[in-house]
Each structure stands twice: as structure tokens, then as C-alpha cells.
Design a protein around this ligand. Structure first.
Ligand SMILES: Nc1nc2c(c(=O)[nH]1)N[C@H]1C(S)=C(S)[C@@H](COP(=O)(O)OP(=O)(O)OC[C@H]3O[C@@H](n4cnc5c(=O)[nH]c(N)nc54)[C@H](O)[C@@H]3O)O[C@H]1N2
Ligand SMILES: Nc1nc2c(c(=O)[nH]1)N[C@H]1C(S)=C(S)[C@@H](COP(=O)(O)OP(=O)(O)OC[C@H]3O[C@@H](n4cnc5c(=O)[nH]c(N)nc54)[C@H](O)[C@@H]3O)O[C@H]1N2
Ligand code: SF4
Ligand SMILES: [Mo]
Length: 681
């Protein structure tokens, strides 16, 4: 048994708590730091600086070690008994007065499959499907588009085979900084070996530096580029005729849909040279194998789902799927964002991507669980926040930090005060400050369970020490919540027992066992009777058994914000040294030393026009809010576009972003906001 609340750590082979790469990570007793073990992904034990510093936050000054409840407007410490009573009483009253749909649950892509599975089961037993996770803010549109055309929204290929590509087509993703170990160890090796890379991105970043070709698209204008590439390919008859005939549907309609596309016009609209588009089209069409990658630059738009459809069309047109070194590859965000959705922390699907709307599925779950899950899909994350005070009266936020990460922060901060708010977290986060009850949970090194990484591999995270003070295992907290709120029998003997139940209700996990994962991994889909999980999807037929996949007819629609004369387009994102809301990385001294504060990246021409110099402080504002920030003048950002991260509480960039939601996936448009920038006095 791992020890002590005095913080001593027992080294065990665990998995990094940051990104979806899923590097093997353990504790080095000699120097007190994180160190890689030769894991399934980081086979040489390599880590990025975040992984290496992952132990530092465990004992941060504001680590919450006792439950807290709000008394007369102030948060005060309480016993577990008092805190859980408070939750059960208030949630109980809400259910009685307004019905179970008045409760909303944010599950967590930072936490284990078992924790997420149990929370969604409890929410459904209480009687609501309003349970979501931050995939909604992230790859929801990717998952929707891939689901529609390919039947499943996960990476089609694996890190091990991607290197066989002749061309990497990277759209709106920056893997050199956001997925550094995959980039350096897998993609980088291929690039050094002759694979070419086309990078479609408004910002020159570390990925662009290694690209053969940069298409510097204006944020929100990817469809003009991708549709024009398809047009060039069809016009010059460069498409894969055999694949199109045998494995796709609707080619004629697609060709007709593109009839009006004028490559030069589209290029101008997207702010890129026409030649650039033609050259990119040739590279993609003439290569034997192309692996495509899609990231937040594509997904986080008002029409993010359409963006991804446009990319999948190119993949189908050139027959680049179902083989090593090809496919549609969304590199997933958090350590367990793939898993959170796989296990049903979603308003529309039950574990294993089984639809809540399908009566047969619900009947199966009724047999397994002893109750029928509700049929009506629940609210998505931003919808649920905005419904606070109306349809939603109680919110349970498990390991998310919406006060920093949801768009249009001023509105979200009001929302968070409108509901009875329960926060289960590690630290006094910006969201926890609004809580009515805080339940102190366990960090990655203090728990057992499984995470599912970006290429569908389940790996085990191991307990190396006990949670500090009165903090408890997250799984135990959720179980206790479930016992208070429902008559479910919740008497699992640890994570493995929860996993066994999860596997028994998810056909895609049928062959996976906790022991089978061991110190290695198992990949889904792993069907009953199979010897292992499926590595490359869609080989002879598409997932689910379809022989063909359809083209999708999409065209450009303007982003939500209109950009007025004199305004700039703000696009937001990440840097290598920090992680999401910064809840973990801002509590990590090593990372704060590497990048202590945010800057606004601005093109020299835009700076000069406004009399701004490198290092000046500026006010960035629009109708939603304003922030003050230091400027970094750099030609790496496209003219007319400015860039900031969302890793800091101040400046809080989401005060500026809009809550336009993609009509299909309900993802917000983090990547395009109109702003004015002026020098502060
Ligand atoms: N270091 C680090 N790593 C992380 C994270 C982190 O916070 N820090 N977060 C994790 C998470 S949750 C996620 S989801 C992933 C995300 O990983 P990525 O998908 O790489 O995410 P971003 O850096 O937000 O955006 C990618 C790129 O999109 C570009 N972009 C912006 N607007 C547009 C546009 O309209 N079109 C195109 N084509 N490109 C555009 C940006 O310039 C940026 O280079 O990273 C994960 N890994
Ligand atoms: N402007 C802008 N905003 C964005 C984005 C963008 O590109 N631009 N990207 C969006 C994307 S892709 C994402 S994924 C979201 C992320 O949005 P969030 O999920 O809200 O962000 P995180 O910082 O990952 O929040 C994780 C929270 O969980 C807590 N935590 C971590 N591990 C544990 C644990 O083991 N147990 C418990 N109990 N708590 C834990 C942390 O302290 C933290 O408060 O942000 C979105 N917001
Ligand atoms: S690449 Fe991702 S999983 Fe690997 S060490 Fe860095 S943050 Fe952790
Ligand atoms: Mo994400």
C-alpha cells in the first residue's frame, strides 16, 4: 500500500497527468523529480518539461485538504459528514422541486475511466443525461464530423504507424508544443527520414518550423482552403478513382458541389496565395500515403464540424484511410479525454458510444444496471452553464475549471453563482471560489485506475501516496455521493471492480481486462473473442461494418464576430510550458520559471499602425470584456491576427471570446474573436 499523508512517494509505473500522449511517468527518489519509464508511448522514457515537473503541484500551498461549505457567504472548513449532508440536502430539494433534469454534471477528462463511469451512472440513476466533459470545448466537432462520415470519432491510426506517411497534413494543430513526445519521437523521426509536412495554421509555431510548407490561413477560413484543394485535385484528376468508386458514396454530388468553387477567390478569402493551395493539393494528391491531423484550429469554431468534414472529404478523395501512415488523426487533449467520452460522460451516449435515444440500448442497460437510463439527451457543457438559475439549479463540477476555460467569462462567472455549486477539485481554483461545497479529491499520483490516451490505449495510473489531510480518493467521493443520492448498490472494492463493470456494458471493451493492461496497455475496440484491440480503423470496411463512407457537402460560413475596420482577429491557444486553465501548471514552480506570464503576439505591421512597440502594455477589448497584457511583436503571427493563451487567470482571455456554439457539436468559437487593441497609458 502506498503510504502516508506526509507526502512521501513510493515510485510506481504511472502515467503523466497532462496531455493525451500518455507518457509513462514515475518518481525518482534520488532527485525528487518525475522521470519517464520506458512506457508504451515514450518507449525510451522521454518526457516533456510538464511531465518531468508533474509531482510539484501535489503539495501546492492552496491544495484543499478538508471539505468546505459556504456559511454566510464565506467558505469554511467542514467535516465530510457535514459537506456530504449539505450536497445531498440541496440536490435532494432541487430534484424534488424541479425534477432530476435540474441537476447538471461536469465530468472530467483529467480523471480516470472508473471515476467518470461511476459519475455518469449515478447521474443517470438520479434521472438526468446532463453530464458532459471538456471534450465539448475541445474535439466535440471533430467527433461529430468523424462520427457522421466514418462512424466513430477517434484517431483512425496509431502513433506507431503514422511514420509510414509520405506527407503529414496538419490542420489547426501544433503537435510540436501540444503533443511533444509524439511529435519528437514519432513524427519527427519520419520528418528526418523524408516525410514532408504541410501546416495549415495562422501562426508560425514550433510545428511550422519543421514544415515544408506553411499555409497561413486567416482564422475561421479553413473550408475555402480545403474545398479549393479538393477542387484542384478533382479538376486535375488526381484523386484515387478506385478508392472513390469502392469505398465512398456521393462523389458526383461532391463534384457538383465544388463546381462553383474558384480557387483564386477562395485563396483571397482565406488570405493565402493561390499557388500555396495548388501546391498543397498536389503534395496531398501525389503522395502515396498522407496522414492528416486536425486540432483546435479546426474544431473550435462556430462551424467547427464543417471544417472537419472538409478535411475528411480530402482524405476520402485521395484514399488515405485504413492503411498505415494515413487516416484522420485528432491528437486528443487531456490525459483521459478520450476515455471520458468512451465511458459515457456525455449527454447523448452511454458507455461505449451507445445512444441514449436507442430503446434497445436502454433496455440492455436496464438489464445490466437495474434501471433504465433517461431517454432524452441532456444539455451540453456551455448550455448547462448558461441554464444555471433556470433549467439548471444544481451543478456538480468534477475536476474542471470553467471560470477560466468556458467562453465569455463574465457571463460564466454570473452563471456559476446562479446554481447550487459543488466542486470536487484539488486546489482553490477560480471555479472553487464560487462553490457552495468543495470536496477535496485525489491527484493522479494518489489514485488507481485507467486513462485512455489519444490512440485509444488504456493504461493504468498507480497510487504512489495517500491524498493529503482529509482529502479523499475521487472514486470514493463519487461513490459516497451516489449512496447519498440514490439507492444504487455501490460497494466496489476499488477501481478494478468498477472497470470490470464498465467493460461488461461496453462492447468496445469486451476483451480488455485490468490485469491484461498491467504495466502495458490494451487498445479499444477490443471485441469479444478477439486476440487484441484493433490498431488501424476502417481497413476493409468502415467502423460498424459499412463498406462506404459519404462525402459531406460543406461551404464556408463567416465566423460569429464580424471584424470591423481597425479591429484585429484574436485567436487563442496554448504553449508548451502550460496546461489548459493553468490549474496544475501555474502551481508548478519549474513551469512558472519557464513562462511566468502571458503575452499578446502581434504582427509588426499591426503594431506599427497602432504605435505599439515590443514590451508595451495594451488593452485588448470588445463588447464582451477587456484585458491588459504585454505585447510581443513578432512576424510569426499573420497580419491582422493576434494570439494569446488561456493558461492564466490574469489576463483572463476568455473575457473576450464569444459563446457562439457550433450548431451540431455545441463547441464554442475560441479561435476567432474581433478585438481592438490600444496602448495603455
Ligand atoms: N503544452 C500543452 N499541451 C497541451 C495542452 C495545453 O494546454 N498545453 N492542452 C491539451 C488539450 S486539452 C488539447 S485539446 C490539445 C490541443 O492541441 P492543439 O490542437 O494543437 O491546440 P491549440 O494550440 O489550441 O491550437 C492549434 C493551432 O490552431 C491554430 N489555429 C487557430 N485558429 C485557426 C484556424 O482558424 N485555422 C487553422 N487551421 N488553425 C488555427 C493555432 O495557431 C494553433 O497553432 O493540446 C493538449 N496538449
Ligand atoms: N480561450 C480558450 N479557451 C479554451 C480553449 C482554447 O483553446 N482557448 N481550449 C478548451 C479546451 S480544448 C479544453 S480541453 C478546456 C479545458 O477546460 P478545463 O477542463 O476546465 O481545464 P483544466 O485546467 O484542464 O481543468 C482541470 C481541473 O481539474 C482539476 N484536477 C486535475 N486533476 C484532478 C484530479 O485528479 N482530481 C480532481 N478532483 N481534480 C483534478 C484541476 O485542478 C483543474 O481545476 O478549455 C477550453 N478553453
Ligand atoms: S508529452 Fe504529454 S503525456 Fe508526455 S510528458 Fe509531456 S505532457 Fe506528459
Ligand atoms: Mo482540450
Amino acid at each position: 500500500m502506498a503510504t502516508s499523508s506526509d507526502g512521501e512517494l513510493e515510485p510506481k509505473k504511472s502515467i503523466c497527468p497532462f496531455c493525451g500522449v500518455g507518457c509513462g511517468l514515475t518518481y525518482n527518489e534520488d532527485n525528487g523529480k518525475g522521470t519517464g519509464w520506458e512506457g508504451p508511448v515514450n518507449t525510451r522514457g522521454e518526457l516533456c518539461p510538464k511531465g518531468a515537473a508533474a509531482f510539484e503541484m501535489l503539495d501546492a500551498d492552496d491544495r484543499i485538504t478538508q471539505p468546505m461549505v459556504r456559511e454566510n457567504g464565506h467558505l469554511v472548513t467542514a467535516s465530510w459528514e457535514e459537506a456530504m449532508d449539505r450536497v445531498a440536502e440541496n440536490f435532494g430539494e432541487i430534484v424534488e422541486e424541479h425534477g432530476p433534469e435540474a441537476l447538471g454534471f461536469f465530468a472530467s477528462s483529467n480523471c480516470t475511466n472508473e471515476e467518470n463511469y461511476l459519475l455518469q451512472k449515478i447521474a443517470r440513476k438520479i434521472g438526468t443525461n446532463t453530464i458532459d466533459n471538456c471534450a465539448r470545448l475541445c474535439h466535440a466537432s471533430t467527433v461529430a464530423a468523424m462520427g457522421k462520415q466514418l462512424n466513430v470519432g477517434a484517431m483512425t491510426n496509431t502513433t506507431d504507424d503514422l511514420g509510414e506517411a509520405d506527407v503529414f497534413l496538419v490542420c489547426g494543430a501544433n503537435p510540436a508544443e501540444q503533443h511533444p513526445v509524439i511529435f519528437n519521437s514519432y513524427l519527427g523521426a519520419a520528418l528526418r527520414d523524408g516525410t514532408e509536412m504541410v501546416h495549415i495554421d495562422p501562426r508560425e509555431n514550433q510545428t511550422t518550423q519543421q514544415a515544408d510548407m506553411h499555409v497561413g490561413v486567416t482564422p475561421g477560413y479553413d473550408i475555402p482552403v480545403l474545398n479549393a484543394m479538393a477542387k484542384v485535385i478533382i479538376e486535375e484528376e488526381l484523386h484515387d478513382e478506385e478508392f472513390v468508386a469502392e469505398r465512398t458514396e456521393g462523389f458526383e454530388a461532391f463534384e457538383e458541389h465544388l463546381a462553383d468553387v474558384d480557387v483564386a477567390e477562395n485563396a483571397e478569402l482565406a488570405g493565402v496565395p493561390e499557388e500555396n493551395i495548388r501546391e498543397a493539393a498536389h503534395k496531398v494528391a501525389e503522395a502515396d500515403r498522407v496522414a492528416s491531423f486536425t486540432g483546435m484550429g479546426m474544431s473550435q469554431h462556430k462551424y467547427g464540424t464543417d471544417n472537419v468534414h472538409a478535411l475528411i472529404n480530402l482524405v476520402l478523395l485521395t484514399g488515405n484511410i485504413g492503411k498505415p501512415g494515413t487516416g484522420v488523426n485528432p491528437l486528443r487533449g487531456q490525459n483521459n479525454v478520450q476515455g471520458a467520452a468512451d465511458v459515457g460522460a456525455s449527454p447523448s451516449s452511454l458507455p461505449g458510444y451507445q445512444s441514449v435515444e436507442d430503446p434497445e440500448v436502454r433496455a440492455d442497460f436496464e438489464e445490466a444496471w437495474g434501471f433504465e437510463p433517461p431517454a432524452e439527451p441532456g444539455l451540453t457543457e456551455v448550455e448547462a452553464s448558461h441554464a444555471a438559475g433556470d433549467e439548471i439549479q444544481g451543478l456538480y463540477v468534477f475536476a474542471e475549471n470553467p471560470a477560466i476555460t468556458e467562453p465569455h467569462s463574465d457571463r460564466i462567472h454570473e452563471d456559476l453563482q446562479e446554481a447550487f455549486l459543488v466542486v470536487q477539485d484539488l486546489f482553490m481554483t477560480e471555479t472553487a471560489e464560487y462553490a457552495d461545497v468543495i470536496l477535496p479529491g485525489s491527484a493522479w499520483a494518489e489514485k488507481e485506475g485507467t486513462y485512455t490516451n489519444t490512440d485509444r490505449r488504456l493504461q493504468r495510473v498507480r497510487q504512489m501516496r495517500s491524498p493529503p489531510g482529509d482529502a479523499k480518493s475521487d472514486l470514493e467521493i463519487i461513490a459516497e455521493f451516489g449512496r447519498r443520492m440514490t439507492d444504487l448498490e455501490i460497494d466496489y472494492d476499488g477501481a478494478e471492480a468498477v472497470f470490470d463493470e464498465l467493460a461488461s456494458v461496453s462492447p468496445i471493451y469486451a476483451g480488455i481486462t485490468y490485469d491484461g493492461i498491467g504495466e502495458s496497455y490494451q487498445r479499444w475496440p477490443f471485441y469479444e473473442g478477439a486476440e487484441s484491440g484493433v490498431d488501424i480503423l476502417h481497413e476493409d470496411e468502415f467502423y460498424g461494418g459499412e463498406k462506404t463512407a459519404p462525402f459531406a457537402l460543406v461551404e464556408h460560413i463567416d465566423p460569429g464576430d464580424e471584424v470591423e475596420e481597425g479591429e484585429l482577429v484574436l485567436t487563442t491557444g496554448r504553449v508548451m510550458q502550460h496546461f489548459n486553465s493553468g490549474a496544475l501548471s501555474r502551481r508548478t514552480e519549474t513551469l512558472m520559471r519557464m513562462r511566468g506570464e502571458d503575452v499578446l503576439e502581434m504582427h509588426p505591421t499591426d503594431a506599427e499602425e497602432r504605435g505599439i512597440e515590443d514590451g508595451d502594455w495594451v488593452r485588448v477589448e470588445n463588447e464582451r470584456g477587456e484585458v491588459e497584457v504585454e505585447v510581443a511583436v513578432t512576424p510569426a503571427i499573420a497580419e491582422g491576427t493576434v494570439f494569446m493563451t488561456f493558461h492564466y487567470a490574469d489576463p483572463l482571455v476568455n473575457r473576450l471570446t464569444g459563446d457562439y456554439l457550433d450548431p451540431v457539436a455545441k463547441i464554442p468559437e475560441y479561435k476567432h474573436s474581433a478585438v481592438s487593441v490600444s496602448k495603455t497609458e
